[in-house]
Design a protein around this ligand. Structure first.
Ligand SMILES: [Zn+2]
Length: 179
């Protein structure tokens, strides 16, 4: 990536003073900027957290209810809210998507990727153990369940999630389409 792809997201008008935006070289690259008030639009990846919850050899996955990748499966994952710590994101997303209360036990991996069509993301994948709650698909999930690593449902959405599942020992993910 050259960094210029993000310029498709450039504001046409300044969100502060409404002047027409232009571009300026700032902090090592060309960025959308307002010639009137000096506002610079920094385009950054969005951070999120994913959770690996195991029951023996099984791992918890949720089926996506909303685009992109409707009907495909992922680890419970979501974006960080403005005022959260990243570990709070992980615990909240586990609860929202699976109904389970979890305690985080470590950071398993950090991967970046692209959420289609063009949103760069960074996802911190935590290991976690159940402390309570009841397995049930939350608002964002069509289904939630525990699955054997050698018999996962498919397709698994997102390269980062497939990478984590392979690292856990999942096999036969090759049939799933890459994005
Ligand atoms: Zn402005």
């Amino acid at each position: 990536m050259s960094g210029l792809e993000g310029l498709a997201r450039a504001y046409p008008f300044c969100p502060r003073c409404r002047a027409a935006m232009s571009f300026r070289f700032e902090g090592g690259r060309t960025r959308p900027a307002c010639p009137e008030c000096g506002f610079v639009q920094y385009l950054n990846p969005a951070p999120g957290a994913g959770v690996i919850v195991r029951r023996g050899d099984q791992v918890c996955l949720v089926q996506r209810k909303f685009p992109p990748k409707v009907g495909q499966w992922t680890l419970p994952t979501g974006f960080m809210e403005w005022d959260e710590d990243i570990d709070e994101t992980a615990v909240r997303e586990a609860k929202e998507e699976t109904g389970l209360d979890v305690r985080l036990t470590g950071v398993f991996a950090v991967h970046n990727g692209i959420l289609p069509p063009d949103q760069p993301v960074v996802v911190v994948f935590y290991t976690a153990e159940e402390t309570g709650g009841e397995l049930t698909a939350g608002d964002d999930a069509a289904e939630a369940g525990f699955f054997d690593l050698d018999r996962l449902p498919g397709p698994i959405a997102f390269a980062a999630h497939r990478k984590v599942l392979r690292a856990l020992g999942a096999v036969d993910l090759e049939r799933h389409p890459e994005e």
